[in-house]
Design a binder for this molecule. Structure first.
Ligand code: NAD
Length: 380
């Protein structure tokens, strides 16, 4: 089976979908791997390394697409690219299917089997394929490094003959995958960390990392069967804002990672809270790209409000692109290997599989994912 890996074209994207080590593993499964020249360059992998691992190189991008049976990607395809994909081809990438209605329709019409990495179910067995988690983990790490770089003071306590420096106070909102990694990173750097999440189960995890969990009584919050936060009522959001105001005012760094799956992230840090912080303090809004947890954050930019820096940088895993590529590539491989038939050496699109059907969005000219199908029909 011919697996093609084109070069990522999104401006500034240095992560790559497949690293040479993965090519080796795919070749061992019996796959024929073809890459576009320069595919790994963003993360420092040369064509020679891929060739050594067993790949061949196809310089004609159109031909690479036209002859592919499986396409392994990172970012979603453009509409022009969809037109190049042969019917029946399996396309695996991020897709953002909740928002990309036109793209989903185009993939459907083209007869592509489109698999969305965001829709891998968050079960224990599928953890090894879970790109949302692998990338969020690294993003959480990066948020702390960004904050530390912009802060005019240091994170750890330091006792020197010239005096004692107090540890920085870091407040982390949202203690999911990214938030927990941010807590762990800030703790490693010696900061005094407080965190809050609406899912009460998280309190113990926060405390086990040596951080303080901010207790806020919001009434019934709960979580979905998939382990995600439920959307708060406007009254609950208001109560949360009031309760965390004081902690934010006293923090040197605030890192926000709060998301509600399939919805716009909640605005948790309002303008008056930003103005209540000391000049020189830093806020990193990890949700800036999807709407923002912080009032006034700008996607892709660092802005200053009353001397407080608000960092809205997008694509945080890109800062550690080599490790991000390694992890994403592993996620892709683990998915492929799980559905691979060793006899026929084929990727089997099996709707009885326990993981695959949930993340297939289109197949055989249909939108097969019920959730996305309902959204598309509702939008018409
Ligand atoms: P996410 O990115 O959707 O959200 C990030 C965090 O924001 C979550 O912890 C959420 O509870 C929190 N949040 C939402 N509204 C908030 C608010 N108003 N204030 C403060 N925090 C708020 O979530 P995620 O990090 O991708 O994953 C969430 C959880 O899903 C994980 O912690 C875990 O329990 C579960 N999960 C399970 C698996 C698995 O078993 N394979 C894999 C990944 C995640």
């Amino acid at each position: 089976m011919r697996i093609a890996v084109p070069k990522e074209t999104h401006p500034g994207e240095n992560r790559v979908p497949v690293i040479p080590e993965t090519v080796k593993k795919l070749a061992l499964l019996g796959a024929e791997v073809v890459i576009e020249p320069g595919m790994g360059a963003g993360s420092g992998f040369s064509d020679e390394q891929y060739i050594e691992a067993g790949a061949s190189v196809e310089p004609d991008r159109n031909k690479l697409f036209a002859e592919a049976q499986v396409l392994l990607r990172l970012r979603k395809p453009t509409l022009d690219e969809v037109a190049l994909i042969p019917s029946g081809c399996i396309h695996i990438s991020y897709l953002d299917p909740f928002n990309e209605h036109e793209l989903v329709r185009a993939l459907q019409m083209q007869g592509v089997t489109a698999i969305s990495m965001e829709m891998i179910p968050r079960t224990t067995r599928s953890q090894k394929m879970d790109a949302l988690s692998s990338q969020a983990n690294l993003a959480g790490y990066v948020t702390v490094l960004l904050a530390a770089n912009h802060l005019p003071s240091i994170l750890p306590m330091m006792m020197t003959p010239a005096g004692t420096l107090k540890p920085a106070k870091v407040f982390i909102l949202g203690a999911g995958v990214a938030g927990l990694q941010a807590i762990a990173t800030a703790k490693r750097l010696g900061a005094k960390v407080t965190a809050f999440d609406t899912r009460p189960v998280v309190a113990e995890q926060v405390q086990s990392l040596g951080a303080t969990f901010l207790e806020i009584d919001l009434g019934d919050t709960g979580e979905t069967a998939g382990g995600y936060a439920k959307e708060l009522t406007p009254e609950q959001i208001d109560r949360q804002r009031q309760a965390q105001k004081e902690v934010i005012a006293q923090s040197d760094v605030v890192i926000t990672t709060a998301q509600v799956f399939g919805r716009k992230p909640p605005v948790l840090v309002t303008r008056d809270m930003v103005e209540g912080m000391q000049p020189g303090s830093v806020i990193v809004d990890m949700a800036a790209e999807t709407g923002g947890n912080v009032e006034g954050s700008v996607p892709g930019e660092t802005v200053e409000v009353n001397g407080v820096k608000i960092i809205g940088q997008a694509n945080l895993p890109n800062n550690v692109c080599r490790d991000a590529s390694k992890m994403y590539s592993s996620n892709l491989f683990n998915l492929v290997e799980d559905v691979w038939d060793k006899e026929s050496k084929q990727f089997v699109v099996d709707f009885e599989h326990d993981i695959l059907p949930g993340c297939i969005i289109t197949h055989g000219g249909e939108v097969t994912n019920e959730t996305i199908k309902n959204i598309l029909e509702g939008a018409n």
